[in-house]
Design a binder for this molecule. Structure first.
Ligand code: ADP
Ligand code: MG
Length: 459
């Protein structure tokens, strides 16, 4: 029996055993004896086969069965890569030995394998702590050290690129590496949902339940994906209760406080709110600097301090954008084999710095700023009235939202008093065409955008 969710060689062996019991000895000898497990990562298992003919035959006859067996066991859609290894087979690998035995022999049994669904580099060691995230980071570390005993469940929320996934996976990696007997299950809400739908379709609900309910630590990333998914909410509710009752640790992340997720059943919401809710804020200048310093050290590329300050001054949104700027510079430095100077950095990052997309701008800030500017209340701006004096500022606010955030027209509509997405599209078109005839409009919008960004960087 496999107890290690992460060990794909173990799963592979299980499948091979299954095959052996399911078919005649001859058939098994013919097709499975010469297939050798080589390696695996979180998406695929690599096995060697003696020829391409053999590979094609196995694929045709058994691939879908192998894959579904693996899925049943591991809960992951693993691909199989068949590597044809004819003469290259080193002499010390004895062909005739039972392939099922091989992986166990090849590995050093002491060393624990990486968790298949976690990125090994997401660790507490690599997470820079600042004022913006210290509460969340310390809570996460406390949970990782003593899962299931204190803060349960824990919900980490915050905007895009602020380190939610990094933190939740750090918990997973820590537990996975420190505790031999604890089973860590990490899944995004989206994958959980897809898994759920597929399990219903294939009538494999028991296997689905087993995958999540036998976790000691269940980590679910991005639960805002539950919005408008009543059946998945229902299923998660039961999963939650089962784990909660047996004191298993649960950690969730969300891009907003749960109270702001629309269409979530009250009973599920109250479950999320039951434990510890912690937020992640955008990093301050000093924290941005510390994060970049750390990343630069590990990259081994020399980047002067004035360049670091330059990036930190201009990229204020989140850590992901910060990393993107740095990656661009490092790639450039490697390409042209030059040291990065302030000038080069300015040149290379020009468009990043000018980018209008400020991902931590909220619709609320936009609404307030625009309402303020036109002397309206926020209520009026979002309300039902369609008099010209209100409708125009509303269109401006919608237009700006689409310009400087990533929200879809549907989302924007919902935030503006539950309007339809076509209304938002229409508003944007109106403003666009009006800008062509009214030369004062564009400067007005620019002033508003600047004010909004100032608000955001101050907060
Ligand atoms: P989210 O899930 O909130 O959108 P991520 O966890 O994916 O954000 O973080 C985006 C990137 O920024 C990742 O590469 C992550 O490692 C990095 N990152 C975020 N916060 C920190 C931090 N405090 N220290 C170091 N790296 C961080
Ligand atoms: Mg994430």
């Amino acid at each position: 029996m496999s107890t290690q969710a992460s060990d794909y060689s173990v799963f592979w062996n299980e499948v091979m055993k299954q095959m052996q019991t399911d078919m005649s000895e001859q058939e098994y000898e013919m097709w499975f004896k010469r297939m050798v497990y080589l390696d695996s990562n979180d998406t695929e298992i690599v096995v060697s086969v003696p020829s391409s003919f053999y590979r094609d035959q196995v694929k045709q006859r058994y691939l879908s069965r192998i894959e579904s067996e693996l899925y049943e066991l591991s809960g992951n859609k693993l691909q199989i890569e068949f590597r044809v290894q004819r003469v290259e087979t080193p002499p010390h690998i004895e062909r005739e030995r039972d392939p099922v035995e091989k992986p166990a022999r090849k590995e050093k049994p002491k060393e624990k394998k990486a968790h298949p669904n976690l990125r090994a580099e997401y660790t507490f060691d690599d997470f820079v702590i600042g004022q913006n995230n210290s509460f969340a980071a310390n809570a996460a570390l406390a949970i990782a050290k003593n899962p299931g005993t204190g803060y349960n469940p824990c919900l980490v929320y915050g905007g895009v690129g602020l380190g939610k996934t990094h933190l939740i996976q750090s918990i997973g990696n820590f537990v996975h590496n420190q505790y031999d007997n604890l089973r860590v299950v990490y899944v995004t809400m989206e994958n959980f949902t897809n898994d759920f739908i597929q399990s219903i379709r294939e009538k494999k609900m028991q296997a689905f339940k087993n995958r999540y309910r036998y976790a000691d630590v269940l980590l679910i990333d991005d639960i805002h994906f539950l919005q408008n998914k009543p059946e998945t909410q229902e299923e998660l509710f039961h999963t939650f209760n089962a784990l909660y009752d047996s004191n298993k640790q649960m950690v969730f992340t969300c891009d907003r406080p749960v109270s702001e997720i629309r269409d979530m059943t009250d009973r599920l919401r109250s479950r999320f709110e039951r434990g510890l809710n912690v937020d992640l804020q955008p990093p301050s200048y000093e924290t941005r600097y510390a994060i970049l310093k750390k990343k630069i050290e590990s990259s081994g590329i020399d980047i002067p301090d004035d360049v670091i300050s330059l990036i930190c001054t201009h990229v204020t949104t989140n850590v992901r954008d910060l990393e993107a700027a740095l990656t661009r510079l490092i790639a450039y430095a490697e390409l042209v084999n030059k040291t990065i100077t302030l000038e080069i950095a300015q040149q290379q990052l020009k468009d990043i710095f000018a980018s209008p997309k400020q991902s931590n701008v909220t619709i609320d800030v936009i609404q307030r700023t625009v309402a303020d500017y036109f002397n309206l209340s926020n209520q009026e701006l979002k309300g039902k009235k369609r008099t010209k004096i209100i409708a125009f500022p509303r269109q401006v606010a919608m237009y700006i939202t689409r310009e400087i955030t990533e929200y879809s027209t549907t989302e924007v509509g919902l935030e503006f008093g539950g309007r339809d997405h076509t209304t938002v599209m229409h508003a944007c078109q109106r403003i666009d065409s009006r800008m062509r005839t009214d030369p004062t409009l564009e400067p007005t919008i620019q002033v508003l955008i600047r004010t909004i960004k100032e608000q955001v960087s101050k907060s």
